[in-house]
Unconditional design. Sequence first.
Length: 159
Amino acid sequence: MPQETKVLFTGLGGSGKSTCIKRVTQNYFDKRYIATLGVEVHPIFRNRLTIWDTAGQEKFAGLKDGYTIQSNVAVIFVDVGNIQAGLRNLQVEVSNIRRICGEIPIIIAFNKWDLYKPDNPTHAQFLQILKQTGFPVVKLSCKTGENVDFLIQTILYHL
Ligand SMILES: Nc1nc2c(ncn2[C@@H]2O[C@H](COP(=O)(O)OP(=O)(O)OP(=O)(O)O)[C@@H](O)[C@H]2O)c(=O)[nH]1
Ligand SMILES: [Mg+2]
């Protein structure tokens, strides 16, 4: 693992990046939505990882390229509740990451898994599309806590 490991959290506004950090650091689900302004930097895991939690909302994302520089791994959040927009955004995120950071590992965090309905054909179809990207897909819920630890393990595994 590089000495200072920079983990980029990216994805649309409201996809759950900041909530994920609260779940990891405080084991707490925050049901409020307070949009991140620019970026928040969080050392976690005995300072082995530094998560850069970026703003998903376009109006706060002016310096996004600068925050992305020298990331060692990127986690793109896609929200079950906003799946179509999340998928469209995925392509934008991947090309930005490739342009700025080259061939770093990319992980898809399919968040708000508590909202996933297996009998909803759209949900199942989108899960299939995400898997076909070839990136590791972690299905997690920051609300219930399901697979949040597994996301961290997946990040560590890919470093
Ligand atoms: N049902 C459900 N809601 C969630 C989950 N994770 C986050 N949320 C909610 O989604 C909303 C947005 O969460 P944030 O973590 O602030 O989203 P963000 O990606 O940081 O948004 P920006 O900072 O604008 O980029 C909040 O109301 C959270 O409570 C989840 O797993 N399930
Ligand atoms: Mg945020």
